[in-house]
Design a protein around this ligand. Structure first.
Ligand SMILES: Nc1ncnc2c1ncn2[C@@H]1O[C@H](COP(=O)(O)OP(=O)(O)OP(=O)(O)O)[C@@H](O)[C@H]1O
Length: 282
């Protein structure tokens, strides 16, 4: 079990960026509707409800084993909920195949880096961009105009994304030769290459030093400012409190709190979940 973080907002943490849309006219992007997910006798998610609104950065937090990754997996088609439904832009996506969910506009990164180590940074991103290509196999073999156009657009997008995530110039480096932090950034670029509306980041700061975490916060805000909604699983409270607009807290598969970073940090149920005691008794 990993060390549980303090919930106190650090005094030097940046104030959270306000949501892009004012509270009144927020549009739901993804709705987790009463989702239960069981693995045999283990109830990994228990009647979980929350909504992710367009343009926000939502944090999904909770102690180890709370159900955060299972929730991501249910959203991205790895698992089908035992009960309940997940809707994206109003349409049900739970139970859909993974590639269809990617095409609809949900991308993710993983807790453990999953790049193609022998491929270059550019090639890793192009794999992501292929999710939207419409060329048939014969079209690609014959190098028909649409295929050439898609290839050219994919290349431009890959260069732009490497710049965006801060590792421009690494195009022709094999992924395995990149420093750890650059590999994590490359994973984000590859996810963005699918042109998602929603980007799900699973512990993107794992293994980062404080300076790298600061840079990552800026990158997450920059990504949101390009119009991508972000869902973030992260154990580092300084990062979560500094970058998110709202936070959902899970414990033993149940949602125990939801609100602004300040509301969540002051919630006795959250303190009890992390520290085993209510805030005022801690
Ligand atoms: N494939 C699986 N088969 C059986 N049990 C599973 C499976 N995946 C997750 N679980 C169980 O579901 C519960 C929630 O796990 P999950 O990985 O979603 O938690 P988490 O909040 O992401 O934890 P962490 O912060 O440690 O990554 C745990 O009890 C876990 O052991």
């Amino acid at each position: 079990m990993s060390e549980q973080p303090s919930l106190d907002k650090p005094s030097d943490a940046p104030e959270p960026t306000p949501s892009a849309a004012p509270a009144g006219d927020r549009k739901p992007l993804l709705e987790v509707d009463n989702v239960t997910l069981r693995f045999g006798g283990v109830v990994a998610l228990n009647q979980v409800n929350f909504t992710l609104y367009e343009g926000e950065i939502l944090g999904l937090i909770g102690p180890n084993g709370a159900g955060k990754t299972t929730c991501f997996n249910a959203m991205t088609g790895v698992y089908t909920p035992t009960e309940g439904a997940i809707r994206f832009q109003g349409g049900k996506i739970s139970g859909q195949q993974r590639f269809k969910i990617t095409k609809m506009g949900i991308a993710r990164t993983f807790q453990n880096i999953r790049l193609f180590p022998e491929m270059t940074a550019l090639e890793n991103i192009q794999v992501g961009a292929d999710a939207h290509h419409r060329t048939s196999v014969p079209g690609a073999l014959l190098r028909l105009p649409r295929h050439r156009r898609e290839e050219k657009d994919g290349l431009k997008l890959a260069h732009d994304l490497l710049e965006l995530v801060g590792i421009g110039g690494t195009e022709h480096e094999a992924a395995r030769n990149l420093p750890y932090g650059s590999q994590r950034r490359l994973e984000i670029a590859r996810a963005l290459a699918t042109r998602p509306k929603l980007l799900c980041l699973d512990e993107p700061a794992a293994g980062f030093n404080p300076a790298e975490k600061q840079d990552l916060m800026q990158l997450i805000k920059k990504i949101r400012d390009t119009g991508v909604t972000v869902l973030l699983i992260e154990h580092d409270m300084r990062l979560v409190m500094g970058v998110t607009d709202r936070i959902v807290v899970l414990e033993f598969g149940r949602k125990i709190a939801e609100g602004s970073p300040a509301e969540v940090a002051a919630d006795p149920k959250v303190h009890a979940a992390y520290l085993g005691v209510p805030a005022d008794a801690a």
